[in-house]
Design a protein around this ligand. Sequence first.
Ligand SMILES: [Zn+2]
Length: 176
Amino acid sequence: MLNDSLPKYFDPRKYATQEVTLEGRLPLRDFSELRELLVSDEGDVSIHLNFKVDEDRRYIAKGSMSTTVQVVCQRCMEGVDCNLEVELALGFVYDEEHANNLPKEYDPVVMTEGEVILADMVEQELILAVPIVAYHEETGCNPVALKYASSADDAPDDETKPNPFSILADLKAKKS
Ligand SMILES: [Zn+2]
């Protein structure tokens, strides 16, 4: 039921004036940019946002979103679950210049023709929240994958030695 309650687009000015509360879920598979950072696009993100006009007449929304994403463990290179709990404080602006005037506590969200695409806004906030490097807990790595990952690391580095075949290829190239 909640799935249907989230709009695709919204007008932040209208929502703020009416003090709308948005609550619902979006599937992770809808976020094409985010998906490239993830091992799996299973699951969804739950969103809770309260819109209002603040004391300085800004259109803002505060709330949170939470989800579990699967990212690559940098030790064993297998997927590891990562819980994201993101506090949101968004300020809706007309352009970049307007964004620069926004107090630091707000993340600027630019309105295009007075509207915001909800999924794009949520995706950008999620991308910022995904850790750049992630690891399993100390004993959580897949032992087989771990062995493979570390033996690949210990392999002699061929890149530093000139490859005789490439030298030959270079000579051939110079002759012709
Ligand atoms: Zn691991």
